[in-house]
Ligand binder design. Structure first.
Ligand code: ZN
Length: 238
């Protein structure tokens, strides 16, 4: 029986939903993120705000929410040439992958997360990766996750479980999942509260836009991440 989890928590819609699910399932939950000199520090600020709002608005979850880990991963900016770490515009590459793809990023994240989970005695690692996303990042695919689970479990001689609650659902279903988890949280109108928390405080936009407020939250409204989030929200509300 698993009782403890480490959530890879970036401060976006997906990882916030994963965090809510972990808090509804496990007794002790810790969070981890990586600073690899993203163009926008907005995400790192958003995640602290989301954590404090969860503690404030969901007292039962607050009791289970433990330490937050932020690891410096500046080296990733040194080895990659992408629109997330350099000042280049978002575009699709000939490979069919967007230029936001940082080769091996997720593999590194999981390896470091496992090292922290080992030290903190956390059994499950939760990540918001999704195969149904537009991006098709190969290091977010189900087979990659299963291979990582095996490699990390063998390599650290400790049985890790990598949990991917969003792997096969789309963005509308992710909004719906957040609503459902909020409803079950014990907080009156918790579903609406969690959806509103995600709208107000999570950050997804590639351009780091926190000026333009839409029904689904803040963002430029036109980058692929904003479009995905907006379309999902519209279908969730329909
Ligand atoms: Zn955007």
């Amino acid at each position: 029986m698993h009782t403890t989890a480490l959530v890879l928590f970036s401060g976006g819609q997906d990882s916030t939903t994963c965090l809510a699910q972990a808090l509804s399932k496990y007794q002790r939950v810790e969070t981890i993120a990586f600073d690899y000199r993203q163009r926008h520090h907005v995400e790192l600020e958003a995640r602290l705000k989301v954590l404090s709002e969860i503690r404030l608005q969901f007292p039962q979850w607050a009791d289970k929410l433990g330490q937050d880990h932020l690891l410096d991963l500046a080296v990733l900016g040194e080895v990659s040439e992408t629109s997330l770490t350099r000042d280049t515009a978002f575009k699709m590459e000939q490979s069919g992958l967007p230029n936001t793809f940082v080769p091996g990023r997720n593999l590194l994240f999981l390896t470091l997360a496992a090292a922290v989970a080992y030290r903190r005695d956390l059994q499950v690692m939760v990540t918001g990766v999704c195969e149904t996303d537009f991006s098709g990042y190969p290091d977010c695919r189900d087979d990659t996750m299963k291979a990582m689970q095996l490699a990390l479990s063998l390599g650290m001689d400790k049985r890790f479980l990598i949990e991917t609650p969003l792997m096969w659902i789309d963005k509308a279903a992710t909004w719906a999942l957040a609503h459902e988890l909020g409803e079950k949280s014990g907080v009156p109108n918790g579903g609406e509260a969690l959806v509103n928390l995600i709208i107000e405080h999570t950050h997804t936009c590639y351009l780091g836009d926190r000026e333009h407020r839409h029904p689904w939250g803040y963002g430029c409204g036109t980058c692929p991440a904003c479009e995905l989030r907006a379309r999902g929200y519209e279908r969730f509300k329909a």
